[in-house]
Design a protein around this ligand. Structure first.
Ligand code: TYM
Length: 346
């Protein structure tokens, strides 16, 4: 089992990232490595990275990217990613990501990329003005996971399409350039949580919670203190109706469904079990209870984050150590890719 996943170091780590992806990273890390540091599975390994190369596909401030990369590293460690159990690094320190992206660009098809919904969303009406990087972004994402022969990729729902593309690229490359018994690439499997795969904005139940939403009130950030979390939940969009006793009764009420989903994901219950307690009650009852469970869940994480975030030296060292290991893990696949394509390298 080889677990690989990434997060863009732009903006703050929010509740959607945490519930949709990072919680699974930590769970898988501890499954493979064992909470006591022993290796449970021979050859099993987790690689988690800051997707700083992806972050330059949109207009960005270089100083903010640099600071954000270290901050996001602190945030991941605060959430439970342990640099002694997982390989934690940033793409920019492992040139093989960019190299493999180019090598895979001969295999990826324009038609495949044209279908990517994230490109359509992010480029909006200004398709002609979008960067080339935004268009070829999913090829870099494919390189990120294929480089390490990832078997499992824990992500939120919005990344599933990119992972399908990675599988298509791997399959076509293996078919075009390898013999059947010696494929270069492993087909990666997306691991998407059953609940909380798509946490929505607190201001709009039909838009996903996102780092790029201009409204701070739309998301709960890892570093929000108890007062801020309580305020954001209090102001979260809801409706005037009482809650039903089953999830089926929430149809057409996306904001209400989102708040119940968040409650369930944080407490580890199903949405139906949450509603068996809150059915017949209104948001005046659910919201304070939700704020409380969120504050309890995030308090130890944000305390740890505050401790770590200004220790530049330790954060730099974590990334350098992770990158050295990642460079080594990717070497063989990169070489095989050059060879399969007939590229002479002396
Ligand atoms: P990014 O930085 O947007 O998000 C990081 C992870 O958080 C998940 N996520 C959510 N899950 C549930 N609800 C939400 N509202 C929500 N918002 C974000 C994302 O699905 C993701 O798992 N392209 C990727 C980064 C990336 C990557 C990769 C991921 C680059 N290379 C290779 C996996 C494998 C991205 O921008 O994620």
């Amino acid at each position: 089992m080889r677990v690989v996943s990434g997060i863009q170091p732009t903006g703050n780590l929010h509740l959607g990232n945490y519930l949709g992806a990072i919680r699974n990273w930590v769970r898988m890390q501890d499954e493979i490595a064992g909470a006591d540091g022993s290796t449970k599975e021979e050859g099993g390994e987790c690689l988690f990275f800051l997707a700083d190369l992806h972050a330059i596909s949109m207009a960005h401030d270089p100083a903010a990217l640099k600071a954000g990369t270290l901050e996001m590293t602190a945030a991941l460690v605060a959430c439970g990613i342990d640099p002694d159990k997982s390989i934690l690094f940033n793409q920019a320190q492992v040139p093989a990501h960019a190299e493999l992206q180019w090598l895979l660009s001969g295999t990826a098809r324009m038609g495949w990329l044209n279908r990517m919904t994230q490109f359509k969303d992010k480029s909006g009406k200004n398709r002609e003005g979008a960067s080339i990087a935004l268009f070829t972004y999913p090829v870099l994402q494919a390189a990120d996971v294929l480089l390490y022969q990832a078997t499992h990729v824990p992500v939120g729902d919005d990344q599933k399409q990119h992972l399908e593309l990675a599988r298509d690229i791997a399959q076509k490359f293996n078919g075009d350039f390898c013999t059947e018994d010696a494929p270069v690439f492993t087909l990666p499997e997306p691991i998407v949580p059953a609940e909380a795969a798509r946490i929505m904005s607190l201001r709009n139940g039909s838009a996903k919670m996102s780092k790029s939403d201009p409204s701070e009130m739309s998301r709960i950030n890892l570093h929000d203190d108890a007062d801020m979390i309580t305020k954001k939940i209090k102001k979260a969009k809801s409706d005037a109706d009482d809650l039903p006793s089953e999830v089926a009764g929430l149809e057409g009420r996306p904001e209400a469904l989102n708040l119940v989903t968040i409650y369930a994901a944080i407490t580890g219950e199903t949405a139906d079990s949450v509603l068996s307690q809150y059915g017949g009650k209104g948001f005046g009852t659910l919201k304070p209870a939700l704020a409380e469970v969120l504050v309890d869940a995030f308090a130890p994480i944000s305390a740890r984050f505050r401790e770590l975030k200004d220790d530049r030296e330790s954060l730099d060292a974590i990334l350098a150590r992770g990158a050295a290991k990642a460079r080594q893990r990717g070497e063989d696949t990169l070489k095989q890719t050059y060879d399969a394509l007939g590229l002479v390298r002396g």
